[in-house]
Design a protein around this ligand. Structure first.
Ligand SMILES: Cc1ncc(COP(=O)(O)O)c(C=O)c1O
Length: 397
């Protein structure tokens, strides 16, 4: 047997035998897996389906009539999932590619973006100096309050002070509802004060997209100009990205993906995204997301009962952050992550608000309930897991 298949079998065994608490992961269905492993991987399809280009073929190669249908169907299904008539581009290879293209579609190099800092829960692509976002654009960051909530007054103040060309909402490690309507109002107020000032409102819903689809989190549709997402987290699809936008931005967004930042579309992944969209339209999926949220609350409450500090004191979504900086000042997130790995529990170290350590060590861990809820874990299972984690941490002391 090829060495690769031997290693895949080992990874399958790891996935089958560990408790997976990484908030950005999930387990796709056999149908999603089947689509992604299909013959569509053989097909080149630079450009867009013909329907989008008014009947002229928008592809650079022949033989695209079937993948055209798949891509169009994929777009239609995702609009159905989010009950929206926004334009959608399903070609981004990842969440990072989606964010790069979103910025490129409406900004010039050096423009100012107001976003959430990595330490406070933002993502690398939201302006980290080591990422293209921090290198290509002038980044300004809004703060969180002392108890870890987004500081909307700071967004208003920094909008007035820095007049960003784009305001970005969305996070990788934020456990509370993001009030999109409040940010939209800040933008509307700034525009009312100065009618020449029109910042774009972008939302990166990568983490919470599944909760938005199921109605567990308020929707940014109708408020934001551009919405990016990954498809592999709470949406439980294949690894990839998507961009939704208001119709007037459709051409800019499409050309920011191809030809600006990507080449041929990954049609096998687009087929997987379409299958995931079909699944996300079902009652079963809605019920799954409600269980993800309820399981998360139950586990988070248990940590608090055991004396741990949780950023913001709780969760409204699929994740929460345990902050060791005051309760276990000698413990790093990395040490906890490594020790739990040895006990078959997988999670990731995470910076906490006011972080004093480097992101490679960090003072907290992020815990998510989406993958194990897919595997059938109940509230009792998550509570048991919280106790197991506590036992491991006490062992480290
Ligand atoms: C909010 C957010 N945006 C974008 C991304 C990037 O996604 P990808 O890893 O697919 O590039 C992530 C990944 O974790 C994320 O959390």
């Amino acid at each position: 047997m090829s060495k690769v298949f031997d290693l895949i079998e080992k990874e399958q065994n790891r996935q089958n035998t560990t408790i997976e608490l990484i908030a950005s992961e999930n387990f796709v269905s056999p149908d999603v897996m089947r689509a992604v492993g299909s013959c569509l991987t053989n097909k080149y399809s630079e450009g867009y389906p013909s329907v989008r280009t008014s009947g002229n073929t928008g592809r650079y190669y022949g033989g695209c009539h079937i993948v055209d249908e798949i891509e169009e169907y994929c777009c239609d299904k995702w609009r159905e999932v989010f009950h929206t008539d926004y334009h959608v581009n399903v070609q981004p290879h990842s969440g990072s590619s989606a964010n790069l293209a979103a910025y490129m579609s409406v900004l010039q190099m050096g423009d100012t973006i107001l976003a959430m800092d990595l330490n406070n829960g933002g993502h690398l692509t939201h302006g980290s100096p080591v990422n293209f976002s921090g290198k290509l654009f002038n980044m300004v960051f809004y703060n969180v309050t002392a108890d870890g909530y987004i500081d909307y007054d700071d967004i208003a103040a920094k909008t007035e002070q820095f007049r960003p060309a784009l305001i970005l909402a969305g996070a990788s490690a934020y456990s509370r509802i993001i009030e999109f309507d409040r940010i939209a109002k800040i933008i509307a107020d700034a525009n009312a004060k100065d009618p020449d000032y029109h910042p774009y409102f972008m939302v990166d819903m990568a983490h919470i997209a599944g909760l938005i689809a199921a109605g567990v989190h308020p929707s940014p549709f109708g408020l934001a100009d551009i919405i990016t997402t990954t498809t592999h987290k709470t949406l439980r699809g294949p690894r990839g990205g998507m961009i939704f936008c208001k119709k007037e931005l459709a051409k800019k967004v499409d050309s920011a993906i191809f030809p600006c930042t990507q080449g041929g579309a990954l049609q096998h992944v687009i087929a997987g995204k379409a299958v995931a969209a079909e699944e996300a339209c079902t009652e079963e999926y809605r019920d799954y997301i409600f269980r993800v949220r309820d399981n998360c609350r139950a586990m988070c409450d248990e940590f608090i009962r055991m004396g741990y500090e949780v950023v913001t004191g709780g969760t409204d979504n699929h994740l929460f952050l345990v902050d060791f900086s005051r309760t276990h000042p000698h413990l790093t997130g990395k040490a906890v992550q490594d020790e739990l790995d040895r006990h078959g529990i997988t999670l990731n170290k995470n910076c906490v608000p006011g972080e004093k350590r480097s992101p490679m060590k960090a003072s907290g861990v992020r815990i998510g309930t989406a993958p194990m809820t897919t595997k059938g874990f109940t509230e009792e299972d998550f509570i048991k897991t919280a106790h197991k984690i506590d036992e491991v941490i006490r062992g480290m002391e």
